[in-house]
Design a protein around this ligand. Structure first.
Ligand SMILES: Nc1nc2c(c(=O)[nH]1)N[C@H]1C(S)=C(S)[C@@H](COP(=O)(O)O)O[C@H]1N2
Ligand SMILES: [Mo]
Length: 319
């Protein structure tokens, strides 16, 4: 998701500024960043608004159904040593990350900026990334440099990163204090959106009808499969329901490539003739699980309610 415009950027002239509550503020070129130790990490990024269009009434913003999620291998340098070299000031409580994109939202003109509490910014898996799946970042994904914060919803992973500032007060910019809050009305101060809630999706089996999107498949054995993830803890299990969430059976889990990337799952299903509603439900190692209904909130964030895929099982007749 891109709030404003993709800024024009050139790696040769790009500069990253590190400043604020640090002993040694500095400016880095991309060449200097690339000379630092590099790591590659598989990470699932999910937009906090994924599932928004399933809420009723639908909050007005990007109308995602279930598609605003993906997994990639990100390459970059860990943030922590860079902050330590700059000398973290005793008064620093948060780290603000600024992008090069500017626009108006909520009636306020601002650069896209988000912050992290210092302890979260110092997690070893937080990266300043310049490559994805072995290639330079494409313009729309933050070329030439972006933050990648595994486990947090996507808004945290600031693209077109050009400024890192340590601050002595919690950051109150629009994208932090005016947005990305879970609340059911404008007068409720709300709770900040942070970590990715557990979720799973299934690859809809069979074939779709063009207009209704209803799906058809023949009776017999089908291997249902999908992905599951959580930003709170590794995935502990996935269950499947073929009756709309009334009864559940465990699915087979694959190997999770990292605690920060989704895991594949599968479930052999003996499909009988009739209409069935397929669902999957992920539970993480901290005991968090997906609800059948997620609470409504004004921004339409963090809707991790179980996906429902109705299918009609019947012998497929030609013509
Ligand atoms: N600078 C900047 N960074 C940004 C955004 C933005 O608008 N500007 N959008 C955020 C949001 S809301 C999401 S979901 C992710 C999307 O990352 P992707 O486009 O690489 O999937 O980028 C985040 N980083
Ligand atoms: Mo997002």
């Amino acid at each position: 998701l891109i709030h404003f415009d993709i800024p024009a950027a050139d790696e040769a002239t790009w500069r990253l500024e590190v400043g604020g509550e640090v002993a040694r503020p500095r400016t880095l070129t991309m060449a200097e960043l690339r000379r630092r130790p590099a790591v590659t990490l598989p990470v699932t990024l999910e937009c906090a608004g994924n599932g928004r269009a399933r809420l009723d009434p639908r909050p007005v913003s990007q109308p995602w159904l279930e598609e605003a999620v993906g997994t990639a291998e990100w390459t970059g340098t860990p943030l922590r040593p860079l902050l330590e070299e700059a000398g973290i000031g005793p008064g620093a409580v948060e780290v603000v990350f600024g992008g090069a994109d500017r626009g108006v939202q909520g009636g306020l003109e601002h650069d896209y900026e988000r912050s992290l509490p210092l302890a979260e910014a110092l997690r070893e898996e937080v990266l300043l990334a310049w490559a994805v799946n072995g290639r330079p970042l494409p313009p729309q994904h933050g070329y030439p440099l972006r933050l990648v914060v595994p486990g947090w919803y996507g808004m945290t992973s600031v693209k077109w990163l050009r400024r890192i500032e340590l601050v002595g007060q919690p950051f109150r910019g629009y994208q932090q204090a005016g947005s990305y809050l879970l609340h059911a009305s404008a007068d409720d101060p709300g709770v900040p959106v942070t970590r990715i809630q557990p979720r799973s999706l299934l690859a809809p089996p069979g074939i779709p009808e063009f207009e209704s999107r209803r799906r058809f498949l023949p009776p017999g054995r089908h291997l249902l499969s999908g992905r599951a993830w959580s930003g709170l803890a590794p995935v502990a299990g996935v269950e499947v329901s073929t009756d709309g969430g009334t009864s559940w059976q465990p699915a087979d889990l694959g190997e999770q490539p990292s605690p920060w990337a989704w895991v594949g799952w599968s479930f052999p299903w003996e499909a009988t003739e009739g209409v069935h509603e397929l669902c999957s439900r992920a539970t993480d190692a901290a005991g968090n699980t997906q609800p059948l209904e997620a609470p409504w909130n004004t921004g339409g964030y963090a809707n991790n309610a179980v996906q429902r895929v109705p299918v009609t099982v019947h012998p497929v007749a030609a013509g």
